[in-house]
Write a protein that binds this ligand. Sequence first.
Ligand code: CND
Ligand code: ZN
Ligand code: ZN
Length: 376
Amino acid sequence: MSTAGKVIKCKAAVLWEPKKPFSIVEIEVAPPKAHEVRVKILATGICGSDDHIVSGSLKVNFPIIPGHEAVGVVESIGEGVTCVKPGDKVIPLCLPQCGKCIPCKNPEGNLCKKNDFVEIKGLMYDGTSRFSYKGKLVHSFISSSTFTEYTVLHEDSVTKIDPAAPPEKVCPIGCAFSTGYGAAIKSAKVKPGSSCAVFGLGGVGLSVVMGCKAAGASRIIGIDINKDKFPLAKELGATECVNPLDFKKPINEVVLDMTDGEGVDYSFEVIGRTDTMIAALASCNLNYGTSVVVGVAPSASEITFSPSLLFTGRTWKGSVFGGLKSKDDVPKLVSEFMAKKFVLDPLISHVLPFDQINEGFELLHKGKSIRCVLVF
Ligand code: CND
Ligand code: ZN
Ligand code: ZN
């Protein structure tokens, strides 16, 4: 029996407040309105950004259904949708691409005006939500919400991918891989023969390492306080790894020592801490170095730093979704993965049934997982 046009009751992991476990409850998912798409989620990864909601460092509206890195299949479409049809395999886009706004039209831009990144409202464009629990509104997260059996996305926030792509394997293209790989290739534009330092070797940081390697960097220094991350970082392209806890001096001084006082050509902060953002900046060459902020710092945080860090010529920039055009680039990356141009398997450390979402977050907190993919 077709579910199109009807409310679907399904399982979802709802967070009622920070610092509490998810509760798996039966929610109602309304049918898609005009230009919206209802998607059945097949697999979804747990990202550091989802954990920022759990820890309370990212300001969002509660109750909320987090999750933004997933693969699904279109269940039904609203009026006027032409980019996908029921049965299509898709990746939800946490960063939309409407194709019409100024950043979308600018070849260098990707922060579509329709984004829910800058001020996270957790609502559809019309200011309402398609999710409810016992009649109470439940918010969505960055245009996606994938910790649920069914979600509703605006057509700007969904892209069709190769139907042969295995959901639990290509899932990281929905966030970690695109964000990290793009940060190296597109945002930093890492050059062949250059040196790089990557602060934080989680799913996103390891994807930066892969991007630096693909761009031809000759030296890639991996930095993490959890040395268990080092073997995989080396397998994926890090030429050496250092643990800041092994040194008495600040990590940026360690990186300078490792590079004859010059610093690296490119550094990346992929943790989400203000102190490591400054350390990463100070680790790159004082004149022509570029430092890219990928990590999401706590909503209320601010940075104080000496302007001399920039005065000498450094470039300091941020990168959202790897600077990529989500709707255009995600299907291309899936095709490249299918053509074996890069690997994703090493990023997926665990696959768990959706019901074990809290165990998945525990693995992340204990530093044991890279990407834990939840399957339905
Ligand atoms: P994950 O938690 O897996 O990795 C973070 C890594 O940092 C872990 O390996 C930690 O051990 C390490 N770490 C923690 N503290 C320190 C420290 N003081 N010094 C060195 N290493 C440390 O997270 P993830 O890889 O999923 O995400 C990383 C960040 O990227 C996080 O802040 C997330 O919110 C952000 C992000 C940004 C974007 C974007 O578009 N810019 C998209 N997705 C995620
Ligand atoms: Zn746009
Ligand atoms: Zn993410």
